[in-house]
Structures are given as structure tokens and as C-alpha cells.
Write a protein that binds this ligand. Structure first.
Ligand SMILES: Nc1ncnc2c1ncn2[C@@H]1O[C@H](COP(=O)(O)OP(=O)(O)OP(=O)(O)O)[C@@H](O)[C@H]1O
Ligand SMILES: [Mg+2]
Length: 364
């Protein structure tokens, strides 16, 4: 059982503040994924939670205990890194048992825990091999086994799969999902991979420059991003942004003009904005269709990228580069693709500061 509470947690290296007041409550058994651009502080925050890095300011609670000054060992937290960091001269079994040996566990306890972890991770037939006789995925499984044997309260993963090839990544992602279900343990996972974030997370935490931009269930963040940063961070290909000027609005609806003068109507939240204001309309590629929508935007197609059952249309709409997803295997004639239909219910609207004044479904 492990809950984690971060209360205004900060970290500076010298004079440079890297983590700038993070508040976060993680429930027992929750799978939380940290995402954010390179250098935003994901690893630093994870290392602070593990106890490998000191907290400069704020409080960190594991269950009901303030752990700011506890060592990694005292916290009962285990971390899996991108590099497997296995001991090359030890067998798989010895590598997995090593943390237990360090705390003078009995030989029978070590043997029993290795067997249990090997069973969970399907490593039973590899126990006598050395790391150089294993594939990347097997090595990462041993690294996970080494954490499981300790029965940690909290698992921390820092991009554990980023060294693996695409197939193995998928295989290991599913392994981690199963591991989470089986152990019902609290896990925090850092990744750059959209699919891992969307599929593994109960909750995603989007970090930017040492602060939390938004937290929420994966689909909530995808459908109701609080700002343009979160909207563009989640989703591949990225959300399209069209520059627009607000020409009219009342408490629920707005009329906007795109750069080329095309007028469109979108729902809007009350009290948010003045006429004449520059705004951005966000439309995900899958919500832009060839054919009719709630409203049309002009389109000059430049490229049709065919991936099989779906394809992407690249081009320009009212002065902005856009990508539209197209279902179907056939080719698309650029002379016929002169406009795209927009599903207004799925469109997003952001004010001049990039803050959402409307999200999919018409709620702000
Ligand atoms: N020991 C340190 N001393 C000084 N600066 C550091 C130290 N460790 C990290 N930093 C800085 O803190 C910032 C955040 O680094 P961190 O490794 O947490 O980023 P990240 O979000 O994990 O990035 P990535 O996605 O590339 O792994 C970076 O600017 C980094 O240079
Ligand atoms: Mg990192």
C-alpha cells in the first residue's frame, strides 16, 4: 500500500530552479505517467521521489510519513532506468537476488522471491544465463525482476523501454500493464511515447519547465486540454491550430474569422473574451474530414501520405499548415480536395494566452 503526496515540492541545482512548486496526490495502486518536453524535469522529479535527489523545498509524504529526509532504502521505493544496469558477471538469478543479498535475506527467502518474480516475468528458463546472453527485452525484464523481489511500495520507471525496438516495446508495455494489474502497486512512469502514456496511465501528468500544466485521465486530457501546450503535446500527428479573430460572441456561442476571411461559428464559454481578440482554433487531424462537416474550411492539398487503411492529407488552410486524417485506401485528387469539413463539437478554442475557452463537447 502506498500513497504519495507532494506538497509545493521544489528543486534547485545551484541557483537554477528546475522543479518549481509541484503539488500532486497519487492514490494507492494508481498508475501515473509523467510526460513533458526534454529537460522539463521529469527525471529530476522521479529521482526526488526515489530519494536519489534531495528536495530543496516543500514536503513529500509516502503513506502518512514525511520522507524528505529518508534514504531510498528507507522509502521502500524501487526504480527502473532506461539502461538496465545489470551486473555483467552475475547470472539472471544472481542479478535479481542481489538487492535481497544486500539486506542479508536468508538463502531460502531469496530463492523463493526470485522464483516468484521469474514466474511473473517469464524468466524461469533464463535464470542461469548472464546478461550478455540475453536480448534487450529480456534484460529489461531482469531489471524489473530485481525491483519486484524487494516488494517495493512504489515503482518508479524512467523511460524503461526507450532502448528497445518497436516490437519489443509493445510486448514489454503489455508486460508492464499486466504487472501493474497483478501487483496492484502504485507506479510512476516517465515516457516520451504517446501510446505508452495513453494506454498505461490511469492519470497523465503533463510537465513543462518544472511545473504541472495539467493532470487528468488520458482521454480527458486529449479531449479537454486546458491550453495549447497540452493540446499540442498529446496526439500524433499533432493538433492543428488555425489563427482566428473573434468577431462576435454571446455567453455560449462565438463567430470567428479565419485569416482568409472565412467565418466559422463555435460554442464558447461565457465571460471569456472581447471582440477583436486573436484566438486559436484547435482541430485534431481525425476531426478534419474530406467532405462536409458542421462548417467548412478552405484547403490546398500538398501531399497525400498513405499508411494503409488510413492516410494523412498535408496542406494549408487559411494561412496555417494542417494535417487531416483520411480513412480509406483510395488516392485523393488534390483538385477535388478544396475544402475540409470540421466537426464543431470536437473543435477547441483558445484565447490569446493559449488558455482553453472551450473544449470538445462544448464545455470549458
Ligand atoms: N545534477 C544536476 N545538476 C544541474 N542541473 C541538472 C542536474 N540534473 C538535471 N539538471 C537539469 O535539470 C533539468 C531537468 O532535467 P531532467 O533530467 O529532469 O529532464 P527530463 O524531463 O527528464 O528530460 P529528458 O526527457 O531529456 O530525460 C535540465 O535542464 C537538466 O540539465
Ligand atoms: Mg529524463
Amino acid at each position: 500500500m502506498a500513497t504519495l503526496k507532494l506538497n509545493n515540492v521544489c528543486k534547485s541545482f545551484g541557483l537554477v530552479e528546475i522543479i518549481k512548486g509541484v503539488d500532486l496526490d497519487i492514490k494507492d495502486g494508481e498508475f501515473v505517467v509523467f510526460v513533458g518536453p526534454s529537460g522539463c524535469g521529469k527525471s529530476t522529479l522521479l529521482r526526488m521521489i526515489s530519494g536519489l535527489e534531495e528536495v530543496t523545498e516543500g514536503d513529500m509524504w509516502l503513506d502518512d510519513e514525511r520522507v524528505n529526509d529518508h534514504t531510498p532504502f528507507e522509502r521502500g521505493v524501487a526504480m527502473v532506468f532506461q539502461s538496465y544496469a545489470l551486473y555483467p558477471h552475475m547470472t539472471v538469478a544472481e542479478n535479481m537476488g542481489f538487492p535481497l543479498k544486500m539486506v542479508n535475506a536468508s538463502a531460502s527467502e531469496i530463492e523463493q522471491k526470485i522464483a516468484a518474480a521469474a514466474d511473473i516475468l517469464q524468466l524461469g528458463h533464463l535464470l542461469d544465463r548472464r546478461p550478455d546472453q540475453l536480448s534487450g527485452g529480456q534484460k529489461q525484464r531482469v531489471a524489473m525482476g530485481r525491483t519486484i523481489v524487494r516488494d517495493p511500495k512504489l515503482f518508479l520507471f524512467d523511460e524503461p523501454l526507450s532502448n528497445l525496438d518497436a516490437d519489443l516495446r509493445i510486448e514489454m508495455r503489455i508486460e508492464i500493464e499486466k504487472l501493474h494489474k497483478r501487483l496492484a502497486a502504485t507506479m510512476i512512469y516517465v515516457t516520451h511515447d504517446q501510446v505508452e502514456a495513453m494506454t498505461l496511465a490511469d492519470r497523465i501528468v503533463v510537465l513543462r519547465d518544472g511545473v504541472i500544466e495539467q493532470t487528468g485521465a488520458p482521454l480527458d486530457l486529449y479531449e479537454r486540454p486546458a491550453n495549447t501546450f497540452v493540446a499540442s503535446f498529446l496526439g500524433s500527428p499533432k493538433i492543428n491550430f488555425l489563427d482566428a479573430t473573434l468577431i462576435d460572441c454571446d455567453s455560449t456561442s462565438s463567430k470567428l474569422a479565419l485569416q482568409d476571411g472565412t467565418e466559422v461559428a463555435l460554442p464558447i464559454a461565457a465571460d471569456v473574451t472581447q471582440k477583436g481578440q486573436s484566438m486559436k482554433i484547435g482541430i485534431r487531424p481525425e476531426d478534419l474530414v474530406l467532405g462536409d462537416g458542421h462548417f467548412q474550411i478552405p484547403f490546398q492539398m500538398e501531399l497525400h501520405e498513405r499508411l494503409g487503411p488510413t492516410s494523412y492529407l498535408y496542406g494549408e488552410s487559411a494561412g496555417s499548415k494542417v494535417i487531416a486524417e483520411h480513412r480509406g485506401r483510395g488516392s485523393v485528387d488534390p483538385t477535388q480536395a478544396k475544402s475540409l469539413g470540421v466537426d464543431a463539437a470536437q473543435a477547441h478554442l483558445f484565447d490569446r494566452n493559449g488558455v482553453s475557452v472551450l473544449s470538445a463537447g462544448g464545455t470549458a
